[in-house]
Design a protein around this ligand. Structure first.
Ligand code: NAD
Ligand code: MG
Length: 388
């Protein structure tokens, strides 16, 4: 069957790589819709090149500029945040690639899950905050959720060697980010430039900062709970600076399966699109003899407290991950704007999580309320003491 793809967030790091992958896969993979938030010139260029049936820009303030930039593109043009849900449920679309950053992707991810689409998910935040609602919606509609996040793609591939009930533990690997070997003093004085200098992966700014705090790994622990239906006490984090082993699964008989590959998101993006088949890929192939050695070490939970909080939040469940994620999104935004120091991100997350009274089995409305409260809490706390 031809894949008719809606690519939500086509101008970002995952989005542009997804376009490279689909181009290389050939005519069975059709780009039906493209969306972006503010990079209207790039979106217009993609619209002219890929000629999708629909394009959408979610920032309404840039609508006129976008329409002018579209030139001779003749497809349908949608404007505003609601266009994401409109596209996610279009009957022509069978595959929704979600490459939006943050909780902003939640309504579209939920809509796609409710409408039985195949979801190739890079956008981890909706899974973290609404895992229960999303997996319930997918189970009801028959929607498939396929991971793009490299660690989760690795686990998904390893799990094909056994049953979920036979899993002893899931071992999520982490590069350790730019501050893996830094002292607490160096982390405290880290600049924006230091935090954006990731050693192995090239990604959007928010996830790059999340990798520097190791908040990204904390979010990925919660993401794994929902994607694979395993309790958090069966999930471990292992630091692996070379980013070659993308994650591992240990089974009850002691066998450990691992998935290896070059650190290139094109491989997990492609697997989510071609699953259950494999096609020739565009990522470079591994030369293990040339690499010589791979190294592993435990995470430093004193320097990267966000990871420790993440395990507690995953165990608490309910509204805890909502607060955890929203506090981080708010703090990272302020950090990227130069409003707080790097170390303050983790402190703000801890303060916010501490203040919150966890509620279980929350509705979408309650979730959005809790999300809003956490963002306001962080914004107020950051303006009172930006450098604590
Ligand atoms: P990015 O910042 O490069 O791109 C984000 C995309 O989302 C852009 O197309 C942008 O237009 C869109 N967007 C931003 N705000 C929006 C809003 N409010 N409404 C609608 N669209 C909006 O981000 P990225 O690095 O590509 O990451 C995307 C997602 O994939 C994130 O959830 C990230 O955690 C996850 N992820 C990324 C990588 C990676 O290698 N970049 C790896 C694993 C997982
Ligand atoms: Mg990852």
């Amino acid at each position: 069957m031809n894949k008719k793809i809606a690519l939500l967030g086509s101008t970002g790091s995952i989005g542009t790589n997804t376009l490279r992958v689909t181009e290389s896969l050939g005519s069975h993979y059709e780009i039906y819709a493209l969306t972006a938030h503010s990079k209207y010139e790039l979106l217009a260029e993609q619209a002219r090149k890929f000629n999708p049936a629909v394009v959408a820009l979610t920032d309404p303030q840039l609508a006129d500029k976008f329409k002018n930039a579209l030139g001779d593109y003749t497809g349908e043009v949608l404007i505003g945040p609601d266009s994401l849900c409109t596209i996610a449920k279009m009957p022509e679309v069978n595959t929704v690639v979600t490459a939006i950053v943050g909780a902003a992707g939640l309504p579209a991810v939920l809509t796609a899950a409710e409408h039985g689409k195949t979801l190739a998910i890079a956008n981890k935040e909706p899974l973290v905050i609404a895992g229960e609602l999303l997996t319930e919606a997918a189970a009801k509609s028959g929607a498939k959720i396929l991971p793009i996040d490299s660690e989760h793609s690795a686990i998904f591939q390893c799990l094909q060697a056994g049953k979920t009930s036979e899993v002893q533990k899931i071992i999520l690997t982490a590069s350790g980010g730019p501050f893996r070997t830094a002292s607490p003093e160096q982390i405290k004085n880290a600049t924006l430039e230091d935090a954006l200098d990731h050693p192995t992966w090239s990604m959007g700014p928010k996830i790059t900062v999340d990798s520097a705090t190791m908040m990204n790994k904390a979010l990925e622990v919660i993401e794994a709970v929902w994607l694979f239906g395993v309790p958090v006490d069966k999930i471990e984090v292992l630091v692996h600076p070379e980013s070659i082993v993308h994650s591992l699964v240990e089974f009850v008989d002691g066998s450990v399966m691992a998935q290896l590959g070059a650190p290139d998101m094109c491989t997990p993006i492609q697997y989510a699109l071609t699953y259950p088949d494999r096609e020739t890929g565009i990522a470079s192939h591994l030369d293990l003899a040339k690499l010589g050695q791979l190294s592993f070490e435990p995470p430093n939970l004193d320097n990267f407290r966000a990871l420790k909080v993440g395990f507690d939040v995953a165990a608490a469940g309910g509204s805890a991950p909502v607060v955890f994620n929203a506090a981080n999104e708010a703090a990272v935004k302020i950090f990227l704007e130069g409003g707080i120091k790097f170390a303050r991100i983790t402190e703000l997350i801890e303060e916010c999580v501490d203040k919150h009274q966890v509620r279980q089995h929350i509705s979408l409305e309650e979730l959005l309320e809790v999300d809003k409260w956490a963002r306001e809490f962080v914004s107020n706390a950051a303006s009172k003491s930006p450098t604590l």
